[in-house]
Design a binder for this molecule. Structure first.
Ligand code: PAF
Length: 283
């Protein structure tokens, strides 16, 4: 037998364990800016995971690849000085704010093909390809040990977990519970598009999901009845137009017919011109 100095690794797990060598732990919070209390919670969780001597990195990049033609890319809020102060006040160590991330003649994208098929993926073709591509680039550029994402974008979180699993990124993905206003509206940078009347109507999204949850707790297990009940609540919200309301398995995002453990209600609703999304575990 040859006495070789070469270390031989024969499993993906062992390869990843070998690569994990860095003095300070680094935890990334990828964002598109317009930072709010929801992001503050992501940063808090990032610090918890990085430790006091670790690095908390925030990226801000309004990613053109994840906006469909005619959507709000141009008007997406970009309050740079406020975001910078927000990061400083929150104790962020690194702010990565690239002006551009793409080559003009780019020809490689990252696409998840299963979990992206329904929910927002059906309504926004190409959106998750844009998300995966930019997140993969951020992961490669910043090589974090972990990255934090909000559960408000539940499908995005599930897809990123899948991308990390399938492409063997050496990065732990941490999901953080949705932060809500007192009236239940999930925090989102897009809430600032709402005028006063729309803002008053917006908590109906949460009410609709709570209604379904209450019925589920009361023993109703017909998904179509639960969805109808949620739709009836949304109908009370002035100016609301349902994009989709679905009840899916929280693991594989497949639509359910009968309620079962691990069910999640997810919805997208236009309030005026603003498309809001939210989700809630039903069981
Ligand atoms: O959730 C977001 O803000 C964006 O989709 C993300 C993950 C930063 C990618 O651009």
């Amino acid at each position: 037998m040859i006495d070789s100095p070469v270390k031989i690794i024969e499993t993906a797990d062992a390869a990843q364990a070998h690569v994990r060598e860095r003095a300070a732990k680094s935890v990334l919070v990828p964002t598109m800016g317009a930072l709010h209390r929801g992001h503050l919670e992501l940063i808090r969780v990032a610090r918890e995971h990085a430790g006091k001597d670790g690095e908390v990195a925030v990226s801000i990049f309004v990613n053109p690849l994840q906006f469909e033609p005619g959507s709000d890319f141009g008007k997406y809020p970009r309050p740079e000085p406020m975001d910078e102060k927000f990061c400083a006040d929150a104790g962020v160590n690194l702010l990565f704010r690239p002006r551009e991330l793409y080559f003009d003649d780019r020809s490689v994208y990252v696409e998840e093909t299963r979990l992206s098929a329904g929910l927002c993926g059906a309504a926004r073709p190409g959106h998750f390809r844009g998300v995966c591509t930019v997140v993969a680039k951020l992961f490669n550029l910043l090589a974090p040990d972990a990255a934090v994402f909000g559960e408000k974008d539940y499908q995005q979180l599930a897809i990123i977990r899948r991308m990390v699993r399938d492409l063997n990124f050496l990065i732990e993905i941490i999901g953080v519970l949705t932060v809500r206003e007192e009236d239940g509206l999930a925090l989102s940078s897009r809430n600032q598009y709402l005028d006063a009347e729309e803002r008053a109507a917006a908590p109906m999204l949460y009410q609709a999901m709570l209604r379904a949850k209450e019925m589920a707790a009361g023993g109703e297990n017909s998904v179509s009845k639960l969805i109808d009940a949620a739709k009836n609540v949304i109908a009370l919200a002035k100016g609301a137009r349902i994009d989709y309301i679905s009840i899916v398995d929280a693991e594989n995002l497949q639509p359910l017919e009968k309620l079962r453990p691990n069910a999640l209600i997810a919805l997208a609703v236009f309030i005026g011109k603003t498309r809001l999304i939210d989700n809630l575990r039903l069981t």
